[in-house]
Ligand binder design. Structure first.
Ligand SMILES: [Zn+2]
Length: 154
């Protein structure tokens, strides 16, 4: 079995984690870190080597602040919010609807009626109007329904 020498993401305390574990909980502050997101300082098959590495890291930490924080994960961005950005720029409701259809197609390739209603509600267009706009866009051949229930702007 391999041992990972990892440092707590929160307080920097080093510890050994068996590589077969999925998470490691910091004995110092209680933060649980998934091992695939942990800062791995060393990987060794020998527990003694791992302990030695931990001693070094923690000694260093005692003398200076720990500055190896991993970069924060990007928060999942909302495709619908991105899709309706251009539509927010215009006030004409028909134009808004068309730009929303275009944005949803750019973001999602095809969109469902639920996406559509959600997007237009965020643009302050209530569901009944949203459905009218969808029908209008289809009549104008600006939106097609390549498979039942999925739409795209063309
Ligand atoms: Zn900690």
């Amino acid at each position: 079995m391999a041992y990972l020498v990892i440092a707590c993401r929160s307080c920097g305390t080093a510890r050994i984690a068996p590589s077969t574990n999925e998470t490691a909980t910091c004995p110092q502050c209680g933060t649980t870190t998934p091992l695939d997101e942990a800062l791995v300082h060393a990987r060794t098959d020998d527990a003694e080597t791992a302990r030695h590495a931990i001693g070094q890291i923690n000694a260093k930490k005692a003398g200076q602040t720990y500055d190896q924080e991993p970069p924060p994960k990007p928060s999942p961005r909302d495709a619908i919010d991105r899709a309706i950005q251009p539509a927010r720029e215009v006030t004409n409701q028909r134009r808004r609807a068309q730009l929303a259809a275009q944005g949803l197609t750019d973001e999602l390739s095809t969109f469902t009626q639920e996406h559509w209603i959600e997007a237009l509600e965020r643009l302050d267009i209530p569901k009944p109007r949203a459905l009218e706009h969808l029908a209008g866009l289809q009549q104008a051949n600006l939106v097609t329904e390549p498979t039942h229930g999925s739409y795209r702007h063309v």
